[in-house]
Design a protein around this ligand. Structure first.
Ligand code: V1D
Ligand code: CA
Ligand code: ZN
Length: 419
């Protein structure tokens, strides 16, 4: 495989935001990651960009104007004036009001959108934004530490040029916000691996959430139990993704790399090693399809930094030394100061061989039911319809019936490819 051109997005202001004391989401993990990436000299092998800041207009391509207007105006100092809106927009313990939060969301979303633009313009083969991947945010509300769904916004950008976008989510939580946004369309296939059951957040992601209407069978869920290790995870991940690739044939991929699926994460319950997590990235890269790589959850921050640094190396085909180079946050990596510490916890693997085998069979059976990869004929210059304001009632159906009213020429629709 030839070397892939990689663009990397980072804004040095992002790590300075704080969700508040006791909150597990720590934007500082992005400074640790960036410092480690640079100390391994990986900046020499890729194009580095300071993130574009998304505008209100960008954000309302997906989110409602009322919700974005609320996020823009609320601050810790004026929160009392908004008391009636807090529950409406799901602001609270998981998604608190914190200083500068609107700027933070614009940086995270701007980098994902810009990554998608660069992929569309073939200026790179892989775009990386470790500050993105905020998969729980909904059109009208915040959820699970996520306020603005940079993933949905980036996928909408990719859909301007790509007939089929595959979304893969290896965060320990279900990628509910992305699934919901594209539940009724076949233009986006969502595949999430996650812990499911026993009131684990967000509670969705059962195997039988399949998508509906034109989107039926284009939402794939792989619900897992506590303690899954590299061997078992990859034994499922590889065949599922191989089948997805052959039946769906995406022209672009978005990979959410939530690092809370690692062993010993503060919130997760899986038992992946950094090499195991990175193996998923390596496997997705091997398809040679334009790919946007994003962050997500991850709450033991020294391991998040190790994981995303290793994965930056994987995407660049760079071998990284097990012994960490000197960096600005060296003390965080005590006592071993290495890239691949043993993360295995004493959590028992609750996924029996039989459960995993049945899961694999069921998922692959669902995939085989796909009628074929949807095709759309494109105009040579798609107008930027997403940049134009849609009326509220038009927006309601826009994402769900995306392929019926966008800028592709459906008069010339090519029949679905038979398999
Ligand atoms: F432990 C906490 C301390 C303070 C504030 C929140 C939490 C916390 C831990 N786990 N909150 C959660 C999850 N929320 C609940 C709520 C209980 N309610 C009824 C819901 O269990 C939310 C977990 C969010 C995970 C986010 C993510 O990792 O998937 C992510 N992805 O991209 C960015 C973050
Ligand atoms: Ca997931
Ligand atoms: Zn998560």
């Amino acid at each position: 495989m030839t070397k892939r051109r990689v663009s990397y997005f980072y804004d040095p202001d992002v790590p300075h935001f704080h969700y508040g004391s006791g909150h597990p989401m720590k934007p500082q993990r992005l400074a640790l990651t960036n410092s480690l990436v640079f100390s391994y000299d990986l900046y020499k092998k890729m194009e580095i960009y300071r993130s574009y800041k998304a505008t209100e207009r960008d954000l309302t391509r997906f989110h409602s104007e009322e919700y974005i207007d609320f996020l823009k105006r609320i601050t810790p100092n004026n929160i009392d004036e908004f008391s009636s809106s807090l529950s409406r927009f799901n602001i609270g313990e998981d998604c608190p009001v914190f200083s500068g939060m609107y700027d933070f969301f614009c940086m995270s979303a701007g980098a994902s959108i810009e990554g998608a633009v660069k992929l569309n313009n073939q200026m790179c083969d892989i775009a990386i934004n470790w500050s993105g991947g905020l998969h729980h945010a909904k059109r009208f509300e915040a959820s699970g530490f996520c306020y603005v769904n940079d993933i949905v916004l980036a996928i909408l950008e990719l859909l301007k040029y790509h007939p089929r976008v595959l979304y893969i989510d290896i965060d320990v939580h279900h990628g509910d916000g992305v699934q919901e946004a594209f539940y009724l369309t076949d233009r986006v296939m969502t595949v999430s691996f996650h812990k499911f059951g026993a009131n684990f957040f967000p509670g969705t992601g059962d195997l039988y959430e399949l998508g509906a209407d034109r989107g039926k069978n284009y939402s794939i869920n792989v619900p897992l139990k506590d303690g899954i290790d590299d061997h078992n995870y990859l034994h499922l991940f590889r065949p599922v993704l191989q089948t997805v690739m052959s039946y769906y044939r995406p022209t672009a991929i978005v990979l959410q790399c939530g690092a809370d699926s690692l062993g010993n994460d503060r919130l997760g319950g899986f038992n992946l090693s950094i090499k195991g997590h990175g193996e998923c990235v390596k496997f997705v890269k091997s398809f040679g399809v334009p790919t946007l790589v994003l962050g997500g959850g991850g709450y033991t921050i020294r391991n998040v930094a190790r994981c995303w640094t290793y994965e930056t190396g994987v995407l660049l085909d760079a071998q990284l030394n097990h012994v960490l180079p000197m960096n600005d946050y060296f003390e965080y990596f005590s006592p071993d100061f290495c890239l691949f510490p043993d993360l295995s916890s004493h959590l028992e693997n609750m996924n029996s061989r039989q459960y995993l085998e049945q899961l694999k069979q069921k998922v692959c059976e669902l995939l085989r039911q796909l009628e074929g990869a949807p095709s759309v004929a494109m105009h040579s210059f798609p107008p930027d319809i997403l940049g134009q304001a849609l009326k509220e009632d038009e927006q309601e159906t826009f994402y769900n019936k995306f392929s019926e009213n966008d800028y592709y020429d459906h008069e010339q629709d090519i029949d679905k490819d038979p398999h």
